[in-house]
Design a protein around this ligand. Sequence first.
Ligand code: NAD
Ligand code: UD1
Length: 297
Amino acid sequence: MHDGGVLVTGGAGFIGSHLVDQLVSLGRRVVVLDDLSTGHRENLAPHADRVVFMEGGVEAPELCRRACEGVSDVFHLASRVSVVESIESPDLYREVVLQGTRNVLRAAEEAGVRRLVLASSCSVYGDAAPPISEEASLDPRSPYAAFKAEAEQACREAAVSTVCPRFFNVYGPRQRADSPYSGVIAIFARMAAASKSPTIFGDGLQTRDFIHVADVVRGLLLASGASAVGAGEPINFGTGVGTTVLELASLLGCRAPVFEAAREGEVRHSAADPGLARERLGFESRIALQSGLADLA
Ligand code: NAD
Ligand code: UD1
């Protein structure tokens, strides 16, 4: 039974706006809090009359409180998302990723929210050997990863029911390619369409577990409703399949790549053990990379 509204922080962004699409189609009343630093109002345009949009940052406790009024469920996705940018601007990441999460948690507690789902990241594992289970020890290699790990801990200590999906590399329609901090699939797809050579950082043999945004949204809805979680558990959202960056360039039909030095703070290999998500949430990814890449508009 859901009688209150749903708050999606970061709801104007890539993953958040896909989640809002689903929530609206389920008939939920949706509030979005987003500072539009990387998100876009157009992502919410189809729902202009169904979504209450609040422009502002999760760094502001009062704004978080107002956003939580009358809300029973929270999806906290607002975040800066780049490993590289976090090394350049660690203070910004502390403020947004860690303090922002604390502010949203506090506001959710005060509003009597039923459950808060935090978008965490597999980057907290560092260089753990795949397949990576939630029991692997944490080894964050960047401020982004370290603050995500601390944000999870804040969830576990909060007086509100929480769960912390750790997304592996998410891709799909609406992922922006226009920043050096964008995700690799969006960047490579753009280069392929323009018949330009992509740049590969390192030797291209690093692996990532690419999961389609539609699968992630389905997992988020399951995480929000599942009775088998609620104490801030980390849960992997991945496919279990690692793909090299070189293979990805080839799947996208890219021209021969240019190679540059590997990026600082990067993990080498990443692929999820998806077992706990299956067990606790009944969640499994369904979209294989080849078919997901065909749908990147
Ligand atoms: P995105 O940049 O498209 O979305 C983030 C949204 O948060 C944007 O709309 C942005 O404007 C908003 N935002 C940023 N700082 C904010 C602030 N201080 N206050 C309010 N809003 C703010 O990125 P995304 O890929 O959709 O990421 C969504 C979430 O998923 C993030 O928490 C990210 O860390 C997490 N995540 C993403 C991936 C991935 O591969 N894309 C992997 C792991 C985790
Ligand atoms: C991504 C997410 C991060 C998330 C993490 C989980 C983005 C921007 N970052 O980080 O929020 O927590 O997944 O795993 O979505 N690469 C190239 N050339 C390029 C761009 C990237 O070779 O032009 C390489 C990178 O060096 C890296 C791989 O592709 O090895 C993936 O990079 P990227 O898409 O930026 O994601 P992550 O750093 O894995």
